[in-house]
Design a protein around this ligand. Structure first.
Ligand code: FAD
Length: 456
């Protein structure tokens, strides 16, 4: 009987495990997860903290018992894998519930260890009241703290999507929120000319921004915390949320001699196979091929974790499925606004080295229009940016900001890039129209037509 071992029991790991068991009913599929939670919606955690999602149970998709009963998977929680021996085809680990060490042999191994939150190298990160948000337990800790201490004030360090989602969640809980970002803009994975509306909006929602400012240390101040900033000021607060980024959990793979890429994440081929033919990997711990760049990149997001896991599972069961790569397509709610991105930003296209010296072959167009027919009640501004190759018109990326219609419009561009389409193709595509949903010329097509004038 084949033994398949999976390390990590969330999106990528459980997708792979489930796929293997569906394809190979006789296989022994064993999942090791170091925390007590498997298959949870990390993406829903800010909304549980906000109170929009009422109960944690709504975010917990699967328990070990359910995984056994419904999918035939052997899931061990509190089991951390500490070493892989590719020559012996075994893993070693520790059961944190008992302290016992264990060894398990595998025929095929799947690494789905994900990523972890990074802490900046500043004093005070270990203090009670300082949080990160990554594992499900982190959200429970924050919920308990909110319930127990009823904090009135929070400082968020880092203005990426988790920082912003948490700013909204804590405003929802009526805390006074200060957000500290060392760069001059919020949402650094967007071009700076796309963040004006949301920067103003976030402030209108009661979040005090400290841009181009570093948090230098956190200290106890009686019962509270003091956060000292690089501009010489300081904030006395009740809690600090640190959301300055994530790193791939690839140490196990590296120690086993598996290849990793420039980002430190694990190198896999299109079959999700690592440099060892019997070891697969997927999700936030791997680099995926970027469809536009044709090179591996590390963009940790849920859809590619789920799909990569499924592809790995299929190939581990004897299939021959390839993963087409990623565009880093993402969408985020910013209070009443939505921002979305796919492919390359203008900045990343220009610095990629793929489009002429200093990105001379990169074109960009930005247009603003209404998200519905202008006369339709509630029609609001939507801003579109298209990034394209000037010599060919090929679409390289897009960003959208607005109040409605931002999420699925980005998916149109993702589909267009995947199909190798040009701005002209997009401008002429037969998209739907009715006044409650879009103007006659969709805002995407208006932008595509403006972009086309630069092509050639
Ligand atoms: P993970 O979810 O990190 O799972 C890895 C698992 O492996 C963990 O459970 C970990 O405990 C376990 N593990 C690690 N090492 C070991 C070991 N040695 N032994 C045993 N177990 C181990 N993405 C989106 O696309 N859209 C969103 O809106 C979005 N929102 C998010 C909001 C928040 C607050 C967070 C934290 C993430 C969000 N993400 C979002 C990212 C998304 O959650 C991840 O891309 C996804 O969870 C990755 O899945 P994964 O299985 O690769 O890794």
């Amino acid at each position: 009987m084949t033994t398949v071992v999976v390390i990590g029991g969330d999106a990528a790991g459980m997708s792979a495990a489930s796929k293997v068991k569906r394809e190979l009913q006789d296989a022994d599929v064993i999942v090791y997860e170091k925390t007590e939670t498997i298959s949870y919606s990390a993406c829903g955690m800010p909304y549980w903290i906000a109170g929009v999602v009422e109960s944690e149970d709504q975010l917990l998709v699967m328990s070990p018992e359910k995984a056994k009963a419904k999918r035939g998977l052997d899931v061990h929680i509190h089991h951390e894998v500490t070493a892989i021996d590719p020559a012996a085809k075994t893993i070693e680990g520790i059961n944190h519930a008992t302290g016992a060490r264990f060894t398990q042999a595998y025929d095929t191994l799947m690494i789905a260890t994900g990523a972890r939150a990074v802490l900046p190298p500043i004093p005070g990160m270990e203090l009670p009241g300082v949080f990160t948000l990554r594992a499900f337990d982190d959200s429970r800790r924050i919920q308990r703290y909110l319930a127990e201490y009823d904090p009135a004030h929070a400082v968020i360090i880092g203005g990426g999507y988790i920082g912003i989602e948490m700013a909204e969640a804590l405003r929802e809980r009526e805390l006074d929120v200060h957000l500290v970002e060392m760069l001059p803009q919020l949402m650094p994975n967007f071009d700076d000319d796309m963040v004006g509306d949301i920067t103003q909006h976030v402030q209108e929602q009661g979040v005090t921004l400290h841009l181009s400012t570093r948090a230098e240390r956190v200290e106890k101040e009686g019962e509270r915390l003091r956060v000292t900033l690089s501009d010489g000021s300081s904030l006395v607060t009740d809690m600090v949320l640190v959301s300055v980024g994530v790193r791939p959990n690839s140490e196990l793979a590296q120690a086993a001699g598996l290849a990793v890429g420039a980002s430190g994440a694990i190198t896999v081929d299109a079959h999700m196979r690592t440099s060892d033919p019997d070891i697969y990997a997927a999700g936030d711990c791997v680099e995926y091929e970027h469809i536009v760049l044709g090179a591996p990149v590390w963009i940790p997001l849920a859809p590619s974790a789920n799909k990569g896991g499924r592809v790995a599972g299929d190939n581990m069961s004897g299939g021959d499925t390839t993963f087409p790569g990623i565009l880093g397509t993402a969408v985020v709610k910013v209070f009443d606004y939505t921002m979305s991105v796919t492919g390359l930003t203008e900045r990343s296209a220009r610095t990629s080295g793929k489009f002429g010296a200093d990105g001379a072959d990169v074109g960009a167009a930005i247009t603003s229009g209404t998200d519905k027919a202008g006369y339709w009640p509630g029609a609001a501004r939507i801003t579109v940016k298209l990034v394209f190759q000037k010599s060919t018109g090929k679409i390289l990326g897009a960003q959208l900001v607005g109040k409605a219609g931002v999420n699925k419009r980005i998916d149109i561009v993702a589909a267009a890039i995947s199909g190798g389409l040009t701005v002209r193709d997009l401008g002429m595509m037969d998209l739907s129209y009715a006044p409650p949903f879009s103007p006659t010329y969709d805002p995407l097509q208006v932008c595509a037509n403006v972009a086309e004038k630069q092509v050639g």
